[in-house]
Every structure is written in C-alpha cells, then in structure tokens.
Write a protein that binds this ligand. Sequence first.
Ligand code: PGA
Length: 299
Amino acid sequence: MNYTLHQLKVFYTVSNCGSYTKAAQQLGLQQPTVSEQVSTLEKTFGLDLIERIHGGLRLTDAGKVLYQSVQHVLGVSDDLGRIVEQLRGQSTGTVRVCADTTVGTSAIPDVISKFQRLHSGIQIILEVVNRAKVIERLEEGKVDLAVMGRPPDLRGLEVEIFLPNELLMVASVRHRLAYQLKLPLSAISDERFLVRESGSGTRTALIELLETVGIKPKIAMVLSHNEAIKQAVIADLGIALMSRNVLEQELKLGLMTILDLEGLPIIRRWHVVSPPGKLVSPATREFRQFLKNYQPNSK
Ligand code: PGA
C-alpha cells in the first residue's frame, strides 16, 4: 500500500476538526487539496473513511478504527523526529580539549579513540601542555574542556572527578635504595632529582612533598617530557616522582623500581574541568558525559 505520512496527517486533522475547511486552515493548505488527500487515502485503502452527514463530516466505522492507528503512527513519527534532532545535535561538532602532559599522553588518547568509535561525527582537538598552560587556556576560555591533575582555584569552574592518579618515587634497579623497605622521606634528602619543567603539576607535587620534611631537592636535570625522565631514571641519573599512568611498561619490564618511602604513593585524581560561563555545545556535553562514565578497561 502506497500511502504517505502526510496523507495520514491530513486525515487525522480533518477527523479532529470535523471540517475540510478548518483542517485546511490548520494545515496551511487549500481546501480542495485536503479533500483530495483524504480521497486518495480512501482509494489506497479501498475503504470509505469520512462521510458527509447533515452538512458536517463524521468518521465511518472503518475510519474510527483507523483513526486510533493513525494517531499512534503520528506519535511514533514525532518521537522519531525528536530522536533524529537529538542525534544530529550530539553527533557533530568539535570539542577543544586541553590536557596536562601526563594524562594527555597516557590515558586521553585511548579515551578519544573509544569515544570516536561511537561518535565519528564529533571531532576532538587535543592540546597537551603542562598544568600551568592548561590553567591559562581555561582562563582565556580557549577550550571547551580540560583534563588535569589539581584543578585551579578559579571562580565558576565546573569540576568532575576522572581517573585516579598515583604518584610514585621511582629509581633505577641499581639504585642504592632499590628494594629497601619502609624508608623515611629523610632517606632521599641527598638524592639527585630528575624534575619536570616549572609549571608542571608533578614537579609542584614533588616540591610540596619534600617541603613537608624540610628537604630542598638537589635538581640533577630538568626535563619537559615524561619519556626523557624515564630514560634518565633507567640510566640511574637520579630519582623522580612520576605518575603510575606513564610507567606501566617500564615497571612491567622491571626497568625501574618504586622506592618504598613514607608518605608515598601520593594518591590523587585527574579531573575534568569546564571553563566558567561558556555555552556548552551538545558535542562537548556528550564528551564530558563519556569521560564521566569512562572505564579504562572497557573495549
Ligand atoms: P603535569 O601535570 O603533566 O603538568 O605534571 C600533572 C598533574 O598536575 O598532576
């Protein structure tokens, strides 16, 4: 049977109005077009649906039965329209994400890859910079979302908890303190430290940790990349505070060891941070929700 949704809508409106003229006004059509649509539908179904009686209109018995089904079909069609609109709004667009160096090079690429398998129309533009630069981007309102360790104290930021971030003190397997148990923090007071550039959240965490016992660290090298720090640790050029997120392979392969120090590991969280006063696009909302529900071991 070859009928259209439009014909069903015309039939439905005429039934509700009890008049071709009123239905035509409601639908913004000419009266003859309305009656023509109804009569085409009647021909297609091979049934009389509406009859003229005492100068008015009324539904035939077949028309009454079909009226219920047509009402249902039009309801489903409305829902479909809403779903399509919603999907359109959510499945396209660009989200500018800024992540701090550590989370941006460890967890985030996998998150984006999984997200884009589900939302191929949403483009994620990722910028990876250190904590201080992430804060700058938030202040400038140049990003839709940021993923970072410790969120700054800025008014109006919306902050949600993301994955755990465990900070460990790592050393070469040849280090004099390797494999010693329950060391006080004072045991590393004379160590040479491999630190990230200033502005790094990990560097700040190290300085704050050592300050608690009055240690002013001797800095052996400043390296802006976690990769470079790992190589220097493996080569026994110093010890470093690093996130477990970036150490998985090296620890698994036994290339370095975790020092068993008091006050360590430091357990922190990554956070998803939205800048204040920014209109949240459906694409951003979708990605933020995805981060909120993210399970690292999911496929
Ligand atoms: P970073 O940030 O990569 O800039 O060191 C990490 C953090 O803030 O924990």
